[in-house]
Write a protein that binds this ligand. Structure first.
Ligand code: ADP
Length: 158
């Protein structure tokens, strides 16, 4: 069975990676799907985000990194995959995530969303917080891969 793990991954954090490692053990194939959202101000291009994800997932042989724009429901149909994985951190994730899961089901009735409770070690972690910390010169080694740290440092020194 196949599963899609969609997100912005700007950049991928150890919290995302924890979810990917967990689903890669349970499913034959995991599509990590980078959302190409033109409205979001992103730090990295899709290609840069893909490079970091591939580097972080090189020990997982059933993970494929793809990108999409438009509706996730349409992209899921394209991939012939009817299961989405999402991570739940705090209660605050819940409302937005349930709304999205219901809407996706409305758009594609066979599409199910599987929620994984975040590892408690990473339940406070988000890509945006990591960007904020590094922009003020803080240490982010515990949260993202060495490649992501390096590429973020380059971005913020530009
Ligand atoms: P989005 O912009 O769609 O929220 P993200 O890349 O931030 O995309 O997140 C993608 C998915 O990963 C979401 O389901 C989000 O809840 C989950 N996620 C983000 N950070 C963590 C974390 N630290 N631990 C577990 N899941 C996480």
């Amino acid at each position: 069975m196949k599963i899609i793990y969609p997100g912005s991954f700007d950049p991928i954090t150890y919290g995302h990676l924890d979810i990917i490692e967990r689903i890669s053990k349970k499913f034959n194939k995991v599509y990590v799907a980078i959302l190409n959202n033109k409205n979001k101000n992103s730090l990295f291009t899709i290609e840069e985000r893909k490079k970091i994800i591939l580097d972080s997932c090189k020990h997982l042989n059933n993970v494929e990194v793809v990108s999409f724009s438009g509706l996730l429901a349409d992209f899921a149909k394209e991939l012939d995959c009817n299961l989405i994985a999402r991570g739940l951190r705090e209660v605050s994730d819940y409302e937005k995530e349930v709304q999205m899961a219901l809407m996706n089901k409305e758009l594609y009735s066979d599409l199910e969303t599987l929620f994984l409770v975040s590892n408690y070690k990473y339940s406070f972690l988000s890509s945006s917080l990591v960007k904020e910390i590094i922009s003020f010169g803080g240490d982010i080694d515990k949260f993202v891969s060495p490649m992501a740290v390096q590429m973020m440092k380059e971005k913020y020194s530009e």
